[in-house]
Design a protein around this ligand. Structure first.
Ligand code: TYC
Length: 121
């Protein structure tokens, strides 16, 4: 390794080795690192229709666990009822997982078959 070796910086532009090119035959390894941050993946939480869970229970779930107004919750419940499934929110993996667990537990404790799942966006 040459005596004046130093890591490449942005000011080194494309000069290999971070100094004047190749006086002593440096390999010319570019060490600039990528600094762009990756956004975390997002997950859709889906509510599924069934024939038994009362409409008012689903409205309550959407208000309680997804922070919706009564009007928003009622409208989305009707969408699930008519179409079979709807996205009720988009979250990080951990938040989506928690919402699904809360809904499933709440439904089970009230003996309703309501199903809630998540999938990567
Ligand atoms: N289909 C149910 C009924 O008629 C209501 C319902 C709506 C159930 C949405 C689940 O995710 C659901 N009582």
């Amino acid at each position: 390794m040459s005596a004046n070796w130093r890591p490449a910086t942005l000011s080194d532009k494309d000069t290999p080795g971070g100094g004047p090119p190749g006086r002593d035959g440096e390999a010319g390894v570019l060490t600039r690192t990528r600094t762009r941050t990756q956004r975390p993946p997002l997950y859709k939480v889906l509510m599924l229709n069934d024939d038994y869970t009362p409409m008012e229970f689903v409205v309550h779930v959407l208000e309680r666990f997804f922070g919706m107004s009564h009007a928003q919750a009622f409208h989305l419940m009707l969408t699930v009822h008519k179409k079979g499934v709807a996205v009720v929110g988009v979250f990080s993996f951990e938040v989506a997982e928690t919402k699904v667990a809360q809904v499933m537990d709440f439904a089970r404790r009230h003996q309703h078959p309501l199903q809630c799942t998540m999938e990567k966006e």
